[in-house]
Design a protein around this ligand. Sequence first.
Ligand code: MTE
Ligand code: MO
Length: 208
Amino acid sequence: MGQPEHRGQGRGDGLPPGQRLQRGWPVTHYGPVPRFREERWEFRVFGATADGDKRCWTHEEFSALPYRTLVADLHCVTKFSMLDVEWGGVPAATVLELAPPAPEATHVMVWAEYGYSANIRLADFAAETTLLATHRDGELLTAEHGFPLRLVVPRLYAWKGPKWVRGVEYMTADRRGFWEERGYHNLGDPWREQRYSYQEEPGDGPEA
Ligand SMILES: Nc1nc2c(c(=O)[nH]1)N[C@H]1C(S)=C(S)[C@@H](COP(=O)(O)O)O[C@H]1N2
Ligand SMILES: [Mo]
């Protein structure tokens, strides 16, 4: 696989405020682990696309997209962090190139199995450290860690990175995702300790 091309977030590193180091790799999610059925799986880009059309990839097509690796830290809002995780997969920027958003798009909703979702600013989705990961340490992801596809956004708390991703919706206005509707911060920057929605300041979230 060669050397990782990117070091993830990156502010002198170390742990964000209030986090502690976790050894091993715990499994953290809400609900059951979905079963992967290749013939029913597709990755879909829709919403405010540049040409107004949807774009779909089969698993085979998506797996053929250019592969990159990234070393990044993972920060769970429940206060554990893992440092230097090596991910492999398709940069989110590649998806933005292949299925460009309309100029008015400002946010994305990342959709996963069972309706899990997370809203992210387009600029965070487009960051060079944002990866649609298929691998960790050169091995395919396991089912409980998101096989066949999970989003990794090192600069945000890990709930902003859905496991079992199935699509991306381009949006012209912000809208809350699954945990953002349930009391978690709309932005989720661990370096600013943006954990809960009661901490939001005017402009951090969608208009009421
Ligand atoms: N689909 C889905 N993705 C999810 C979650 C979830 O509940 N559902 N939980 C998130 C949270 S809170 C964390 S900390 C990470 C955990 O990833 P891991 O189980 O691979 O450690 O997955 C994120 N992705
Ligand atoms: Mo989490």
